[in-house]
Design a protein around this ligand. Structure first.
Ligand code: HEC
Ligand code: HEC
Ligand code: HEC
Ligand code: HEC
Length: 498
């Protein structure tokens, strides 16, 4: 088929969809930008070339490098006023839980897309130990390098992999070609990982509807994945989506995949000695799971994180993707009649409730990790019955731990799917409480009853982390909005906050 002709048909379709959408959102019809002639003929990585035909969009895309206005977002402050925020100081239980992994050393809140490669070049070296695989969702060249020689890409150290990139583009993060097909400019994904994941949920890549495509361009990186290993060699990047379907990539299915496929084990948790998989930013999964209100209403990531902007008398989608709170909720007003203040209060209320649950589940999980640490020396010499009980406790711990890190890694602090967040964190607490009860019973039977508040030694995990000797940043800490955590773990949090 003549691809150029097909491309033009697609442009017309895209324009039509745009018109229908703007009619649907009553009372807020924006002037539709004209569909432009395809400007770029071959795979074009260089955003400057795209800028020739889309100078306004290019300008907004470049603005992801700008610092964010401080004081507008309560929980997602990445780069507000030019300051970077340390996730482990915000949520100290994570430092204990992630000890033994790069994330337990250096884990920062995200900032603009401009920085995705730049931030990897400053991060603690432990965070790029997976080498070439780290380019997968950071460099637009990942797909090409994978197709040319995937073994070489995965065998490379991080520095070697960066050296495979053209010199001028070694700091280039998500660019036009990551989300657009350069013949037609229509939305398209460009990663083998996404193609495989789309098939796993029963769809075919390149046949997605426009609204699916609008979600999937973001989902190709805002999703969880495993760095797959065989004999400690990286062999691929894979999303744990098997057994799931569109709109129902559930935390339960993800945990099943993590628990049953040993290739997904990536690190050893220091406190417990357990080999572990990991869960990273499950944004599409959490947003879409179990009928969230906005998902059911057909709202996509771009609706809330892009919005439109007028530059040079042209209205274009604002490619400076950021928190809606940092834009005074303007993107919400297209669909909601409430005032920005009311909408913001609703978001913060949802996030406070979620943060309280996350903090509670987080310290309960950290306590169980410390109980496993205490139990470990006795297990080798324990009788079969006690060993089986211990294994049962570990199973409950894993179920709780995975749910906590899932909720800790999704980027909206519960907003994307409030009901689902409550459900997941409720289940996490049920699981770790069962582990807690079994471990206390075992330790008591071994003559080593633990104290009611097991010391968490948080300072130990937060201080002197990695080559930059990172420490606890007191003013970045998120207190429990209900005040419960500081009362429930007075010794452990007291020691840290003093
Ligand atoms: C190629 C991978 C990739 C794609 C595609 C992608 N993102 Fe991101 N996104 C990232 C990474 C990585 C970061 C964090 C960058 C950093 O901190 O250095 C990020 C950060 C963000 C942030 C935080 C910005 C800030 O100011 O703090 C938002 C919001 C965001 N992305 C939304 C989106 C949306 C919406 C889409 C789809 C339209 C999308 N992203 C597509 C990888 C991607
Ligand atoms: C992270 C993904 C992402 C990146 C990177 C990206 N875009 Fe987009 N772009 C989108 C999305 C999503 C939309 C659709 C917005 C909508 O449907 O409202 C879009 C829409 C567009 C449109 C259609 C405008 C219209 O009004 O219909 C153009 C043109 C465009 N982008 C050009 C660019 C250029 C040029 C670059 C690079 C400088 C770029 N995009 C980078 C995600 C991206
Ligand atoms: C209904 C609106 C809405 C939709 C749809 C939505 N988000 Fe969000 N998103 C938010 C809000 C509100 C926050 C919280 C921002 C804050 O606290 O500052 C957020 C936070 C984020 C952040 C963290 C931003 C930061 O500054 O660090 C990322 C990344 C993100 N969302 C990505 C996505 C992706 C990817 C999708 C689609 C799968 C999506 N969002 C869909 C409203 C939305
Ligand atoms: C494209 C349209 C659209 C956009 C943009 C949008 N929403 Fe919504 N929102 C809806 C629809 C539709 C519903 C469900 C019907 C209702 O409750 O009004 C909804 C429901 C809600 C609810 C109730 C949630 C629940 O679970 O019942 C809240 C809170 C909310 N939106 C906040 C926001 C905020 C904050 C933003 C901006 C960050 C936003 N929305 C952006 C369409 C949108």
């Amino acid at each position: 088929m003549n691809t150029f002709a097909a491309a033009r048909v697609r442009i017309v379709l895209t324009a039509l969809v745009g018109v229908v959408l703007s009619l649907g959102a009553a009372g807020c019809a924006q002037p539709e930008p004209e569909a432009e002639e395809p400007a770029v003929e071959t795979v074009e990585y260089d955003p400057a070339v795209w800028a020739e035909s889309h100078p306004e969009i290019f300008q907004t895309w470049m603005a992801t490098s700008e610092e964010r206005p401080p004081g507008l977002s309560k929980y997602k402050r990445g780069y507000d006023g030019g300051v970077m925020f340390d996730k482990l100081s915000e949520w100290p239980f994570m430092a204990l839980l992630f000890n033994g992994f790069g994330f337990g050393i250096d884990y920062q809140e995200p900032r603009g897309h401009y920085y995705m490669m730049i931030d990897q070049s400053h991060v603690d070296p432990s965070r790029v130990r997976s080498g070439g695989a780290c380019l997968t969702c950071k460099s637009p060249y990942a797909e090409q390098l994978y197709r040319e020689d995937k073994d070489a890409l995965f065998a490379a150290t991080y520095e070697e992999a960066v050296a495979m990139l053209p010199e001028a583009h070694r700091s280039l993060g998500a660019t036009c070609i990551d989300c657009h097909d350069n013949e037609a400019l229509e939305l398209s994904t460009r990663r083998w990982t996404m193609d495989a994941a789309i098939r796993e949920i029963g769809l075919e890549p390149h046949t997605l509807s426009m609204s699916q495509q609008r979600l999937m361009v973001c989902a190709q990186c805002h999703c969880t994945y495993s760095v797959m290993r065989e004999d400690d060699r990286v062999v691929d990047i894979d999303y744990p989506w098997e057994g799931s379907e569109w709109g129902a990539i559930t935390v339960e299915n993800i945990i099943d995949a993590l628990m049953t496929q040993p290739e997904r084990l990536e690190w050893t948790q220091t406190v417990t000695g357990l080999r572990m998989p990991f869960i990273r930013h499950p944004d599409i999964e959490f947003y879409a799971a179990n009928g969230s209100t906005h998902w059911m209403a057909g709202v996509t990531c771009a609706d809330c994180h892009m919005g439109d902007i007028t530059l040079n008398n042209k209205t274009v989608p604002n490619h400076n993707l950021m928190s809606p709170l940092k834009r005074d909720m303007q993107v919400c007003l297209r669909c909601h009649a409430a005032t920005p203040e009311e909408l913001k209060a609703e978001v913060i209320a949802i996030q406070d409730a979620n943060a309280a649950l996350l903090i509670d589940a987080g310290y309960r999980t950290a306590t169980v990790a410390k109980l496993i640490e205490r139990a470990n020396p006795y297990v080798a010499t324990a009788d079969e019955g006690a060993k089986a009980r211990f294994d049962e406790a570990v199973e409950h711990y894993r179920q709780g731990f995975y749910r906590v890190i899932y909720m800790g890694a999704e980027n909206s602090v519960g907003f994307h799917n409030p009901q689902e967040g409550r459900r997941i964190l409720g289940d996490a607490v049920t699981e770790v409480d069962q582990a807690d009860a079994i471990l206390r019973e075992l330790l008591t039977s071994w003559g080593a009853p633990p104290p009611p508040e097991v010391p968490l030694e948080l300072e130990r995990y937060l201080t002197n982390r990695g080559v930059y000797a990172k420490g606890f940043v007191r003013e970045q800490y998120f207190p429990d909005p209900t005040g419960q955590a500081e009362r429930r773990w007075p010794a452990s949090l007291g020691a840290l906050l003093r």
